[in-house]
Design a protein around this ligand. Structure first.
Ligand code: APR
Length: 232
């Protein structure tokens, strides 16, 4: 693709599906057998903190057990080689982009391996359980919650994302259903900045009509092929 310098890539659960991490909207809005609002909202956490902590303890274990797949590896290769601006905005809470070697990664929905203290606002890398209410390593209070952006909460680092979209020459969306805003609206932001837009997804998504081009297939095949095109 000629004339491309600044790239913004949005990734969703589909890029990690082939690493064995389940997507959200595969079966009737149930997420690992829970209603999303029970385990992914501040109200759900207030109502039943134990259920929510148990749920994210399991997510943390799954993330640690998963391995990056060829799609993560290809994006890491692009990140390493690309001299222009590049930002991988991920909705995923796993660390598979980083473990594949990508550096320019922004977790807009938080991270499974991070805990956030509601008493002192500190964040800590966390690989164990939060179920028993461990003390915050900074302030000692038992006030740690998963560092995840739940429904009704503001995604992280939106100004950086919008600034990158405003400068983008190319916006690529990978493995996301386009069902959850604000991420679902990034394609429109990118278009109004005159970026080209490309979607790589297993099936057509709710946002497909917005993209200049949609390629259908598994991320582990589409993403390496696209990166090869970019790096030629
Ligand atoms: N390769 C490419 N795409 C795939 C693959 C694959 N191997 N497997 C599934 N997909 C596609 C699905 O077809 C679907 O369009 O990935 C998309 C996953 O969509 P969702 O499950 O809705 O996940 P996502 O878009 O990341 O969800 C957004 O919703 O609940 C929240 O905060 C959570 O970040 C999440 C947000």
């Amino acid at each position: 693709m000629d004339g491309i310098r600044n790239i913004v890539i949005l990734t969703g659960a589909g890029i990690s599906a082939e690493s064995g991490l389940r997507t959200f909207r595969a079966d009737d809005g149930l997420w690992e057998d829970h209603r999303v609002e029970d385990v992914a909202s501040p109200q759900g956490f207030r109502r039943d903190p134990e259920l929510v902590q148990r749920f994210y303890d399991a997510r943390r274990e799954n993330v640690i057990a998963a391995q990056p797949n060829p799609a993560h590896a290809a994006l890491a290769r692009l990140d390493e080689a690309w001299e222009g601006e590049l930002l991988i905005v991920t909705q995923n809470i796993d660390d598979l982009h980083e473990r594949a070697g990508a550096r320019r990664v922004l977790h807009m929905h938080g991270e499974a391996l991070s805990a956030w203290c509601l008493a002192c606002d500190a964040r800590h890398r966390w690989t164990g359980t939060l179920l028993e209410g461990p003390p915050c390593p900074a302030c000692g209070e038992a006030a740690l919650r998963p560092d995840i952006v739940w429904f009704g909460e503001m995604p992280y680092r939106m100004d950086e994302i919008f600034a990158a979209l405003a400068r983008a020459d190319l916006f690529v969306s990978i493995g996301t259903s386009g069902a959850v805003y604000p991420a679902a609206g990034f394609v429109q932001q990118a278009k109004s900045a005159r970026a080209r837009t490309l979607e790589l997804n297993l099936e057509r998504s709710q946002g497909s009509a917005w993209f200049d081009e949609t390629r259908l297939g598994p991320a582990s095949e589409l993403v390496p092929a696209w990166v090869e095109e970019m790096l030629g």
